[in-house]
Ligand binder design. Structure first.
Ligand code: IPE
Ligand code: IPE
Ligand code: MG
Length: 254
């Protein structure tokens, strides 16, 4: 596929969308939803939907990297997803291991940082080990930072931050005066990262489901009925294009 650059614009031949390269989101977050319904529509088991969902990740990560996006956060498993049948949870964990093993070389070659957010100590040990190893081996890469949100919950993240702040206050590392917007952000898993500019949720639901509660204060939301396994780079382009045509005021006036 050819890309044409017209000054500061770029046109993808496939979807005919012009993106303003001077106004790209720095952080895109995606709630990868709809795998189960995708499978149901095809009379397949839910696990097949998750498998197709993992496959959809490749194209999106590659495209974000190509577009020079700084951060891509993918909501893959929430703190509430443990409520699902243990077979489904097991299948998801197995897919995570397969994904990391299969995609590592390619991601590393493409300069991607394989990071994670969430309490990964509660995942099966092999998942935790692979996540730590993938991060250690890629942390000095300079391309896209891919955050895999695993056993992630926005409330859980805030509770953890409160506890760590409390401990730091007790040992005089932090004072009441130090507590502000910036310090709270620094106690979150996303410490040092910009807040998401846009949160994409495919599959038709219009809710956050405990995703990036603090960080999403001024994120633009983008919803679509498309199920995550069918989400292609054309949809990503459309989401970015729509984002570029939103009027972000951050409480001020134009
Ligand atoms: C998202 O797809 C994947 C995870 C939550 C792990 P779902 O499994 O939630 O798919 P639906 O919502 O049932 O279609
Ligand atoms: C959110 O989707 C979590 C992930 C995509 C990982 P869910 O399918 O779990 O959310 P609800 O239950 O529809 O809110
Ligand atoms: Mg769902």
């Amino acid at each position: 596929m050819k890309n044409f650059f017209y000054g500061k614009k770029r046109v993808e031949e496939s979807d005919n969308i012009e993106l303003d390269l001077n106004n790209m989101p720095n952080h895109i977050a995606i709630i990868m939803d709809g795998n189960g319904r995708w499978a149901k529509e095809r009379n397949l088991p839910r696990s097949m939907g998750h498998k197709a969902g993992v496959e959809a990740i490749r194209e999106i990560v590659k495209e974000c990297n190509k577009l020079g996006i700084g951060y891509l956060t993918l909501y893959a498993f929430s703190t509430e997803n443990w409520k699902r049948p243990k077979e489904e949870v097991g299948a998801l964990m197995k897919l995570l291991v397969e994904y990391l093993r299969k995609e590592f070389e390619e991601l590393n070659k493409n300069n991607v940082v394989i990071n994670h957010i969430g309490d990964i100590t509660k995942l099966p040990q092999i998942c935790e080990e692979l996540l730590i190893e993938s991060y250690e081996k890629t942390k000095n890469n300079t391309g896209l930072v891919m955050n895999l949100a695993l056993n992630y919950g926005g409330r859980d993240e805030i509770i953890r931050a409160f506890k760590n702040m409390y401990n730091d206050i007790r040992c005089d590392k932090l004072t009441e005066e130090d507590i502000n917007d910036k310090t709270i952000s620094d106690y979150l898993y996303t410490s040092g990262m910009p807040d998401p500019d846009i949160i994409i949720r495919p599959s038709g639901e219009q809710r956050l489901s405990n995703f990036l509660l603090w960080q999403s204060a001024y994120s633009e939301f983008w919803y679509s009925n498309i199920k995550w396994p069918d989400f292609k780079k054309e949809h990503l382009h459309r989401a970015i294009y729509d984002f570029q045509n939103r009027d972000r005021r951050f409480g001020g006036i134009k």
